[in-house]
Design a protein around this ligand. Structure first.
Ligand code: ADP
Length: 273
C-alpha cells in the first residue's frame, strides 16, 4: 500500500509478540505438567494393579497351603493310626496339590499371554483320548464331590489340528468351574459334537448359572461375578481368559449359554480345517 510501519506500530507489535511468546511458554509448561501427572497416574494405577494381583494370588494360595500343612503335620505326628483315614488324608493332599498346580499353570500362562509369548504346538490328533484322559484325572474329584457325570462322545475317531496340552488345560478349567459353581444338584455333562463346519466340545453343569449382564465379562482378567464370589470364595478370575486365548489360537471360539439358578454350558468351537 506504500504505508510503512512507524516506531509506534513496531512497539505495539513487539508488545503483542512478547505477550504471545509468554502465553506459548505457559501452554508448553502446562502441557508438561499434564503429561507428568498422566504418567504418574498411569504408574499409580499399575502399582495398584500389581498390589491387587499379589494380594489375590497370595489369598488364593493361603487356604490350600494351610490345609496341606495341617494334613501333613497330623500325619507326621503319628496320631492318626487308622489306615483308611490316613489314606483319605493322603488323597486330600494329592488333590490339593494338583489343584494348586492347575492354578499355577493358569497364572504362568496369563503371564505369557500378557507378554505375547504364549505359543502352541499343534499336531493332528484324535480328540476322544484327550477328553478321556482329562475325565480320568477328574474321576476321584467327581466321585468325592458326589457328582454324576454324563458323557455323550461319538465312537468314530474325530481328529483336529490342536495343541494337546492346551486342549487339556481348556477342558480342565471348564470342568474345574463346573464343579466349583455347582449346587446340590450335581450333574455334569461332557459332549463331543461332530458338526458339518466345526467340532464342538461342551461342558454343561446344573449349577448357579451366570446373569445375562455378566456373560460378556467372564472372559476378561480377574472378573468374578458377585454370585460366584458368594458361592465359592476360591478363584481369581483368570481361567476363562486362558480358555479364550487357547480357542483364538486354534481359530476357534468359546461360547457360553447360561441361566441363573439352572446352570451353564460352555462350548469350545473348533472349525474344521
Ligand atoms: P474363577 O473361577 O477363578 O473365578 P474363571 O475365569 O474360570 O475364574 O471364571 C470367571 C467367572 O465366570 C467366575 O468367577 C464366575 O463368575 C463365572 N463362571 C465361570 N464358569 C462358571 C460356571 N460353570 N457356572 C457359573 N459361573 C461361572
Amino acid at each position: 500500500s506504500g504505508s510503512r510501519f512507524n516506531r509506534e506500530d513496531m512497539e505495539l507489535l513487539m508488545g503483542f509478540a512478547e505477550g504471545l511468546a509468554l502465553n506459548l511458554e505457559r501452554i508448553t509448561l502446562q502441557e508438561e505438567v499434564i503429561l507428568e501427572r498422566t504418567e504418574k497416574e498411569k504408574l499409580d494405577e499399575l502399582n495398584r494393579m500389581k498390589t491387587e494381583f499379589i494380594t489375590t494370588v497370595s489369598h488364593e494360595l493361603r487356604t490350600p497351603m494351610s490345609s496341606l500343612l495341617g494334613l501333613s503335620e497330623m500325619l507326621q505326628d503319628g496320631k492318626i493310626k487308622n489306615k483308611t483315614v490316613q489314606e483319605k488324608m493322603l488323597h486330600l493332599i494329592t488333590e490339593e496339590c494338583s489343584r494348586l498346580t492347575r492354578f499355577l499353570h493358569n497364572i504362568l500362562d496369563i503371564g505369557k499371554i500378557e507378554q505375547r509369548a504364549k505359543t502352541y504346538k499343534k499336531n493332528i490328533l484324535e480328540i476322544q483320548p484327550i477328553i478321556e484322559d482329562i475325565l480320568q484325572l477328574f474321576q476321584s474329584q467327581l466321585e468325592s464331590g458326589r457328582f454324576r457325570l454324563h458323557t455323550e462322545i461319538p465312537r468314530d475317531p474325530l481328529t483336529l489340528e490342536i495343541d494337546r496340552d492346551a486342549l487339556k488345560q481348556a477342558l480342565t478349567n471348564l470342568l474345574d468351574n463346573a464343579i466349583k459353581y455347582s449346587h446340590d444338584k450335581r450333574v455334569i455333562t461332557v459332549r463331543l459334537v461332530d458338526e458339518k463346519e466345526s467340532i464342538l466340545i461342551q461342558v454343561q453343569d446344573t449349577g448357579i448359572g451366570i446373569a445375562d449382564e455378566d456373560q460378556g465379562k467372564i472372559f476378561s482378567n480377574f472378573f468374578r461375578s458377585t454370585e460366584a464370589i458368594a458361592h465359592c470364595p476360591r478363584g481369581v478370575g483368570l481361567g476363562l481368559k486362558v480358555v479364550a486365548h487357547i480357542m483364538a489360537a486354534h481359530n476357534g471360539a468359546v461360547r457360553v449359554e447360561s441361566h441363573p439358578g439352572e446352570g451353564s454350558t460352555f462350548t469350545l468351537i473348533f472349525p474344521r480345517q
